[in-house]
Structures are given as structure tokens and as C-alpha cells.
Design a protein. Structure first.
Length: 222
């Protein structure tokens, strides 16, 4: 006797939330996202179908495999994943679940999705991000980008949020989470003991300079 899962027929496609990294193609002509776990090696578009990460020829999602897109029911729970050290620079996606899906207690595994909104956290300096900048890593053919402010992205390849959304297509919306005001200076990198040590070193060098200057003045006086 084969176990059959209960079927749902919702009046509207379900909404879910997940975290991902924005990516740009190597030639800068396409934009998409990549997952943070098993699907990290398979970048996907704003409207895309799931593929089995193990290369098996079955339809996703399969009950005998863990392939397919994954999402959570709660936005807050997805946002909480960005507190993990390895996911601090990820964005939170609001998606529409399309096609067949399997529902779990915390989320769903499904066949097809449309990314509606990408929520970008503050820049690493704490200020509100207004663009995506090269993150310094990626995958073959794809460059990973992260939210950045104009000041921190000055020396890196970057693209505006509207520019990224235009490349991604399908009416994607990119929204920035509020950070520190734009005029706020970036935080300093030193701790109090480090700054005290630097000040002591500078004072010692100044004392040495004044001593040497006094010697030169005394020698040159008639």
C-alpha cells in the first residue's frame, strides 16, 4: 500500500522566505541568486525551475530525495539565519511558490519559484546599502555581490539596485534595510588598548624628534 500525501489546492500560490547570495554573470549581462547550502553550486534566475543537485533524472521535489527549492514560512525566521557568521552578507528573498510542493512544519520544498523581493541588509560599515559590490568570491561564470554603500564600494566593481533588478528581470524589487545615516563616518578598527599603544608610540617618536631637533639647533648656533 503506497502512502499518499494530502493534496492542497490553495486559491493563490503560497508565499515563502529564504536567504541567498546575489550573483552577476562574468560578462555582466545576467543577474540571479545562489543558495547557501546544497544548491549553492546552481545559480538560479528570478523565475526558475528546481534541478536535482545530485544529477538524478526525476522531477522536483521528489519524496525520495531532498532536491528542489526550499523556503521558510516566516520572514523573521529567514532573517534570523543572517545572524550566522557565514550568512551575514546574504539577502532575504520573498518568493512565490509555484508548481508542486511538499509542506513541512517550518517551510516547503517545491518545484518552481518566482523571486518577488530581495531585502538587502546594511553595508559592512553599518550604513544603508545602495548598491551591490563585488564580494571577492564566486563560482565558475558567476561573481557573488553583496550590499554596500557608495564609500565602501569605491574601489570595487559595483552595480546599483535598479541596475541589478533590470538584469534579473521579472519585476524584481530590491529593498535596502535601514542602517546608519549616510553621513555617519565609518567605525574605527582599533580597540581602546590598541589606540593607547598607538598614542604612546607617536608620543615617543615626537619626543625623539624634538631631541634631535634641539641637537641640530645647538650645533648650528654660533
Amino acid at each position: 500500500m503506497r502512502l499518499r500525501l494530502p493534496e492542497e489546492h490553495p486559491p493563490e500560490p503560497p508565499t515563502g522566505y529564504k536567504i541567498a547570495y546575489p550573483v552577476l554573470s562574468h560578462n555582466g549581462r545576467r543577474a540571479g541568486f545562489t543558495g547557501v547550502s546544497l544548491g549553492g553550486g546552481l545559480p538560479y534566475g528570478v523565475l526558475d525551475d528546481a534541478r536535482c543537485v545530485y544529477g538524478r533524472r526525476h522531477r522536483c521535489p521528489s519524496r525520495r530525495c531532498d532536491c528542489g527549492f526550499h523556503c521558510l514560512h516566516s520572514r523573521d525566521e529567514a532573517l534570523g539565519l543572517t545572524c550566522l557568521t557565514e550568512h551575514r552578507r546574504a539577502v532575504v528573498l520573498e518568493i512565490t511558490v509555484l508548481g508542486s510542493y511538499i509542506r513541512y512544519e517550518r517551510g516547503m520544498r517545491y518545484a518552481r519559484q518566482r523571486v518577488r523581493t530581495a531585502r538587502v541588509g546594511p553595508c559592512s560599515c553599518g550604513r544603508t546599502a545602495d548598491r551591490f559590490a563585488d564580494a571577492g568570491w564566486g563560482r565558475a561564470g558567476w561573481r557573488t555581490v553583496t550590499g554596500s554603500c557608495a564609500g565602501c564600494a569605491a574601489d570595487r566593481m559595483s552595480i546599483s539596485f535598479p541596475g541589478f533588478a533590470k538584469l534579473a528581470g521579472e519585476r524584481l524589487t530590491v529593498a535596502a534595510a535601514p542602517g546608519a545615516p549616510t553621513g555617519t563616518p565609518p567605525p574605527t578598527g582599533g580597540t581602546v588598548p590598541e589606540l593607547v599603544a598607538e598614542a604612546a608610540l607617536l608620543q615617543a617618536r615626537l619626543d625623539w624628534f624634538q631631541t634631535e631637533l634641539a641637537k641640530v639647533i645647538a650645533r648650528d648656533d654660533p
